[in-house]
Design a protein around this ligand. Structure first.
Ligand code: LRH
Length: 427
């Protein structure tokens, strides 16, 4: 862990410039007629779950370059997320992926996490890889899909696996499951679209009905990969239909990289929130496909517009939803990338909170597009870095998390402790 007093010491060294910067930022926001303290408080309230499958190095089919000192167990993944949270103050939960994470003693893991201030966010099932623990000991294969499969035994194995993931989540204190399916086809004519869809809907309903009353199920859409002709849950429309078919406590999860180029994702967010079926997010960014890059690093204005829709849906504060990061770190230190991702999320939330929504609504009503743009741009061009840093400081975290991460030499410590060859389970 990184000791709280070490972070306080590092912050102390930076107060000389932080305080005047913060003072100036407060002046600017007050001049907008907005409340800077409320913005700091809302940013301090924000948290995004860290993906257990991305605290190690990711890779592609062309290669993987482990960074060393990667977590070897789920406990060590929790340790790394606790360090991340100590620095950002905004990664209070971890999202597990089964069977990449399959603790033998869930109660002990829960206690381990509790002692480090980390909770368990939405669980993730995995019926996109054949694993004896998910295929009834290898009796079935998910090569041609899972819940959509034409063979009832394969569908049953997938349902049983998801139920086990829920049962494990209950023991860990989680209250949600995300179901992303690789199900689809690679060739025209290979599958019956309606048949596949209806089988998936039936399976999701059975999984939904296994959940305790306070749980939610998130359906996650994706247009392609690994299916390269059709995916059963291919877009927000299919995901909405599947969530409605599954049950009242099923909602849609929006993974930013799971949209075809030029899709208006902020409008998708608005639609799903409008019908009460927006459950959560997998935050990341993309240049081409599902690239799983650092959120806000490629399309920061789109992320700003998405947060604006979430504040709109939340009546002026951020909509209550499951905010999670889903990235793959091929060349960066995973923890450094997650620190930057979280900072980008905190930063973009603060920018969106700088929008004078009353003035925007008034300009929209008057059909004054230029003024609407002015209102958005004023907010987007505001320097909110001192507000974000202050929100972290108020959470006992670091004004400059990446600098402190490097200053304490955490990666070097972990390489010495876990070894250079240590590789985490995950993507
Ligand atoms: C699919 C996905 C899904 C996870 C998996 C690791 O692309 O984003 O959310 O289950 O990656």
């Amino acid at each position: 862990m990184i000791a709280a007093d070490r972070i306080a010491e590092e912050n102390e060294l930076r107060l000389a410039w932080h305080e005047p910067d913060l003072h100036h930022a407060f002046d600017v926001i007050t001049r907008y007629g907005l409340d800077p303290d409320a913005i700091v408080a809302e940013v301090a309230r924000f948290s995004a779950a860290a993906p257990s499958w991305a605290v190690g190095t990711g890779g592609t089919r062309f290669g993987r370059f482990p960074i060393g000192g990667e977590p070897r167990t789920t406990e060590e993944k929790v340790d790394d997320v606790a360090v991340l949270n100590a620095l950002t103050g905004a990664n209070r939960t971890i999202s597990l992926h089964v069977p990449w994470d399959d603790p033998a003693d869930p109660a002990a893991l829960r206690q381990h996490a509790l002692e480090r201030g980390i909770g368990f966010d939405a669980m993730n099932s995995n019926t996109f890889q054949d694993n004896p623990s998910t295929t009834n000991g290898g009796a079935v294969s998910y090569k041609f899909g899972s819940l959509c499969h034409t063979d009832a035994a394969v569908r049953q194995a997938a349902i049983d696996h998801n139920r086990r993931v829920i049962d494990l989540g209950v023991k860990l204190g989680s209250t949600a499951i995300t179901v992303w399916l690789a199900d689809g086809t690679n060739h025209p004519g290979q599958g019956n679209f309606r048949g596949q869809f209806e089988r998936v809907a039936d399976g999701l309903r059975l999984i939904h009905d296994h959940m305790p009353g306070d749980w939610h199920l998130y359906t996650e859409h994706k247009p392609y990969e690994p299916a390269f002709y059709s995916s059963v849950n291919n877009d927000w429309g299919s995901s909405l239909l599947l969530s409605q078919a599954a049950g009242d406590r099923a909602k849609c999860l929006v993974h930013l990289g799971h949209h075809l180029p030029n899709c208006n994702i902020e409008q998708v967010v608005s639609r799903l929130a409008m019908v009460g079926r927006l459950g959560g997010f997998h935050f990341n960014d993309s240049k081409y496909g599902d690239d799983d890059l650092t959120v806000g690093s490629i399309t920061p204005y789109q992320l700003f517009l998405i947060f604006l829709e979430l504040i709109e849906a939340g009546g002026g504060s951020l909509l209550d939803a499951a905010y999670m990061i889903d990235e793959s770190h091929n060349v960066k230190d995973p923890l450094e990338d997650l620190i930057q991702a979280t900072d980008n999320l905190q930063h973009t939330l603060a920018l969106a909170l700088c929008v004078d929504r009353d003035a925007l609504a008034e300009a929209q009503a008057r059909n004054d597009p230029a003024h609407c743009a002015e209102i958005l741009q004023r907010a987007f061009r505001t320097d909110v870095r001192p507000l974000v840093a202050e929100a972290r400081r108020r959470n006992g975290a670091a004004l400059e998390p990446l600098a402190v991460y490097r200053a304490v030499g955490y990666r070097r410590q972990k390489i010495n402790e876990r070894g250079r060859a240590a590789v985490a389970t995950g993507l």
